[in-house]
Design a protein around this ligand. Structure first.
Ligand code: FES
Length: 118
């Protein structure tokens, strides 16, 4: 089980339980299931609408899975990551704070997901 806390400047924080390790439950799906208004459009990692910032809320090292190929492309286009950042993450196995909610699959860790909102 993972605790996911969604936070936004325009909405009350909401914490939900998520089943970790399914390899398919994304941040966006959990948000939809819990009526959390994360913006999205394509749902396939192409548009960048679902950009979120993910940080750990406990002392454990973050385990979040690596960026998908689509996330690498879109996060570079959005100016959130450089190729140098991505190369360093691959070498040092450091997770990115910037993620696409429709691509990031939940792991067994408690995280804070900051999302912009209309
Ligand atoms: S909704 Fe388009 S990238 Fe996530």
């Amino acid at each position: 089980m993972a605790l996911i806390t969604f936070t936004s400047p325009l909405h009350k924080d909401k914490t939900v339980y998520a089943i970790a390790g399914s390899h398919k439950q994304t941040i966006l799906q959990i948000a939809k299931d819990n009526h959390i208004p994360i913006d999205f459009s394509c749902g396939e990692g192409d548009c960048g609408t679902c950009l979120v910032r993910v940080t750990s809320v406990d002392a454990k090292n973050r385990m979040s899975g690596p960026l998908t190929d689509r996330e690498r492309v879109v996060l570079k286009e959005l100016g959130k990551l450089t190729q140098k950042d991505i190369d360093k993450m691959l070498v040092d196995d450091i997770p990115s704070e910037w993620r696409l909610a429709c691509q990031m699959v939940i792991r067994d860790e408690d995280i804070l997901v900051a999302y912009p909102s209309k």
